[in-house]
Design a protein around this ligand. Structure first.
Ligand SMILES: Cc1cc2nc3c(=O)[nH]c(=O)nc-3n(C[C@H](O)[C@H](O)[C@H](O)COP(=O)(O)OP(=O)(O)OC[C@H]3O[C@@H](n4cnc5c(N)ncnc54)[C@H](O)[C@@H]3O)c2cc1C
Length: 399
């Protein structure tokens, strides 16, 4: 267990200051912290950043997120956002399928810079009663095999914090997950993605565009409007295929934005804030429950393996982790068995959506263009309104 601190000689404090420590205040961590604090649990929410902070993301927040956030009392969107009405799936040779997204009254899929969205969630968690400390966490503190706290660095140096349960929501590069599970080096279970922002001369409409370019399979390039004159642009590709081709993500993105239709929209405006980040694609067999600890959001590898959408699963697993923790605290059983309901909860909420995507992702290993071909050329059997189909990966729809 790399980086975990084990101290069998000294027992953790009998009554630690916090009932629960949540590591990471992204969508998974802030959601979990808010739900626990609303139920009267003493929550310490730690993050190595102060808020607002940037996050490399396409910034598409699906409708399902806003529905799920009602569970923690966030009932209205009070921050700037750009409402999305359509999804355009594009191929190499001008092929395009367009879908209309079905909104709910007052709610819809939005593009929101993550600095804004995450800050709103973070402040909501604090308003619900969570306490925040800025700490860079190195890993868990173990008593035997039980996680009893976290060790890290604060402004004044080394810090140890103790809690009865730790929810690790420290994202794709999670130090907690590495310490508890070991490094996950299987390239086909990761993607790499680069995002940037660009202003546009042309007025943008309410469509997000996903382009399935031959050179970027399995994966896609995107153009997502953030305002009528600014877009989040990017490119993401499965890591095993990315390593086997000759171009950098920046070169691939530049090539995409050079397509005549996009070049005309962008004019002479330059790309801003380019940032690449790893994406942990979902697979079923990753361990996510430990004695005294749970992994949520990207730290638990909860990103849709085809769309790479992870905000909705992060919020859902934050809720599921909080619920399992509440039950374990009430029962006084913080062992792995006591927290095992977490696996049941997230499976109920997400497994139906993830299962076909995992299968498609596996098939992509042999047939990398399969998903693009299916999305662009195969007519869906069933409902005439295709927005129902495309809503599923983007909006979840379970809550
Ligand atoms: C380029 C790109 C584009 C994407 N586009 C989309 C999209 O459009 N829609 C979508 O749904 N998903 C998208 N995703 C996925 C999405 O960004 C993630 O799935 C989502 O952010 C997961 O939320 P989280 O709370 O688990 O982790 P994060 O949002 O990563 O939050 C983790 C938090 O933990 C903190 N942290 C990290 N390490 C430590 C440490 N050692 N100590 C203390 N704190 C720590 C970080 O500062 C951060 O605040 C994209 C991902 C990438 C890389």
């Amino acid at each position: 267990m790399a980086k975990a601190q084990t101290n069998p000689a000294h027992r953790p404090p009998r009554r630690p200051k916090s009932d629960v420590i949540v590591v990471g205040a992204g969508p998974a961590g802030s959601t979990a912290a808010a739900m626990l604090a609303r139920r009267g649990v003493r929550v310490l929410l730690v993050d190595r950043e102060s808020f607002p902070r940037p996050k490399a993301c396409g910034d598409v927040v699906p409708l399902g997120c806003f529905v799920a956030l009602r569970e923690i009392g966030l009932t209205e969107i009070h921050f700037p956002h750009f409402r999305i009405g359509q999804v355009a799936l594009q191929g190499e040779e001008g092929a395009e399928r367009r879908f209309t997204l079905a909104p709910r009254p007052g709610l819809g899929t939005c593009v929101v810079p993550r600095s804004i969205f995450d800050e709103a969630l973070f402040h909501h968690a604090l308003a619900c009663g969570a306490e925040y400390r800025r700490l860079n966490i190195r890993g868990p503190i173990l008593h035997g095999s039980q996680v009893v706290g976290v060790a890290g660095t604060g402004v004044r140096g080394a810090v140890e914090e103790y809690g009865r349960v730790v929810i690790a929501a420290d994202g794709a590069t999670s130090a907690m997950a590495r310490a508890l599970c070991g490094a996950d080096r299987r390239d086909h279970e990761w993607a790499v993605a680069l995002r940037a922002y660009v202003n546009t001369d042309a007025q943008l409409d309410d469509a997000i565009e996903l382009a399935f370019l031959d050179a970027v399979q399995p994966g896609y390039a995107w153009f997502f409007p953030v305002t009528n004159h600014r877009a989040n642009v990017g490119i993401g590709m499965r890591s095993d295929f990315y390593r086997r081709q000759p171009h950098t993500l920046a070169e691939l993105l530049t090539g995409y934005l050079g397509r005549p239709e996009l070049a005309a929209r962008i004019g002479r405006n330059a790309m801003e804030e380019p940032k690449a980040w790893p994406v942990p694609l979902f697979h079923f067999d990753k361990p996510r429950v430990f004695p005294g600890a749970l992994l949520a959001g990207d730290a638990g590898g909860f990103v849709h393996p085809i769309t790479a959408a992870g905000i909705y699963p992060a919020i859902i697993t934050g809720l599921c982790a909080a619920q399992a923790t509440l039950d374990a605290l009430a029962a006084g059983d913080l062992s792995r068995a006591g927290l095992a309901a977490y696996d049941t909860h997230w499976r109920q909420a997400l497994a139906d959506e993830f299962r076909p995507a995992v299968t498609a992702s596996r098939l992509s290993t042999a047939f990398p263009h399969l998903v693009a071909a299916a999305l662009l050329h195969v007519q869906p059997a069933g409902p005439a309104n295709p927005s129902l189909k495309i809503d599923a990966p983007f909006a979840g729809g379970k809550f």
